[in-house]
Design a protein around this ligand. Structure first.
Ligand SMILES: Cc1ncc(COP(=O)(O)O)c(C=O)c1O
Length: 380
């Protein structure tokens, strides 16, 4: 059985052991050295984490900066949320909340559910998922194929008792040997990124240095956990910024230093990100953020197509938003700066939307795709 403590200790030891060696290597050798995906790992859970850090060549060359993306689409379940899914389940086991044959219940816009469905199959649990019925059909289908029981429910605000998270909590309360993993406010989620994503990024940039980290938030686990780790290990030297989509309140919160919490813009086509409150995962770290960038959907959509055309990368809209943010952050930090973001997942989960002319037109985003890249819009 995998347990939370050995996992964290193992990661810590691996990272510490690598650091000395990396210093002596050239940049490219160091990046290769950090990618230990060639090793034998123990099943699905052992394959979570340790993703490559990709240099985004076209953007780096254009800006004279190093723009690096953590390739989370290479996680075994296909997204960055595999890390959180593994940690919330291990945490529930450690706390005695989940016994063999038990049930994991979660409210999720998709990727956490997919990660949980995989982890539950691998560790012998049932998986029940509540999600807003606005999410893509691809994600719902995949969850069901992975054996999860899925309840798409009307998308209502968090303060409504019928919000998908509250329905998930009540479902778990009705069952014996069941846990509501509560990804938004369960800090085992943030811990996944303190113990894995943050140390990996730090180790992977030891040869080159690191000036900034930026990403968007859903639960906030990624941004808070990575910020917490990087601020501590760099004595505050690494700049940590929020990237925020339209419709979220966090841009105003961070840029006003907590004085305001107002929505900027009217909602976004990105999935899995944007927030209307400070989650428990964000609470301890939101004040450590140095800045925030608001990223409009037009720029995120254009970046999906640019990365496909110039880099062969097939990424989701939240990842594209993160890359736009990293590009702008690097430009603000100045020539030669090195900025990391996360490429949360691939485009396959959203392709019937992102590559459909009708869908893009319905969102007013067809014109956002540069004319020479419209050849990639292959769906009607
Ligand atoms: C595609 C995608 N990107 C980004 C995020 C945000 O990550 P976090 O919940 O760690 O803030 C999520 C969360 O579900 C996601 O599904």
């Amino acid at each position: 059985m995998l347990a939370l403590r050995p996992l964290s200790v193992a990661v810590g030891v691996r990272v510490a052991a690598r650091r000395g060696a990396v210093r002596a290597l050239s940049t490219s050798a160091a990046l290769r050295y950090e990618n230990n995906r060639g090793n034998v790992v123990k099943g699905f859970c052992g394959a979570v984490g340790n993703t490559p850090l990709l240099r985004i060549n076209s953007l780096s060359d254009e800006t004279g900066c190093e723009i690096l993306g953590k390739a989370e689409f290479m996680e075994p379940g296909g997204s960055i949320k595999d890390r959180a899914a593994l940690f919330v389940v291990l945490d529930a086991e450690k706390k005695g909340l989940l016994k063999p044959g038990g049930t994991v219940v979660e409210g999720t816009a998709g990727n956490t559910g997919i990660g949980l469905a995989h982890v539950c199959r691998a560790r012998g649990y049932r998986c029940v998922i509540y999600m807003p019925n606005t999410q893509s059909q691809e994600k719902i289908d995949l969850l069901r194929m992975l054996g999860a029981e899925v309840y798409p429910v009307p998308a209502v605000p968090f303060d409504n008792p019928d919000n998908y998270n509250h329905q998930a909590r009540r479902h778990a309360e009705r069952l014996d040997n069941a846990v509501w993993t509560n990804q938004f406010d369960n800090v085992a989620n943030r811990e996944a990124h303190i113990q894995t994503t943050g140390p990996e990024i730090w180790a992977q940039t030891r040869g080159t240095g690191l000036d900034g980290f930026i990403c968007a938030t859903g639960t906030g686990g990624t941004l808070a956990g990575v910020t917490s780790y990087l601020k501590q290990v760099s004595n505050g030297q690494v700049q940590c910024w929020l990237a925020d989509p339209p419709g979220s309140v966090l841009y105003s919160y961070v840029t006003s230093k907590g004085a305001k919490m107002e929505r900027t813009g009217n909602g976004s086509v990105t999935e899995g990100i944007g927030q209307g409150r400070i989650t428990d995962n964000m609470r301890d770290d939101v004040h450590k953020l140095d800045n925030a960038l608001h990223i409009e959907d037009e720029a995120s959509i254009a970046m999906i197509y640019r990365l496909l055309d110039e880099e062969g990368l097939y990424i989701g809209a939240s990842s594209a938003l993160n890359v736009v943010a990293a590009y702008r952050m690097a430009q603000q930090l100045g020539k030669g700066s090195r900025v990391v973001t996360v490429i949360c997942d691939g485009a396959a989960r959203y392709q019937t939307r992102l590559f459909s002319r009708k869908w893009l037109e319905s969102k007013g985003l067809y014109e956002a795709v540069p004319a020479h890249l419209r050849k990639y819009i292959v769906l009607p």
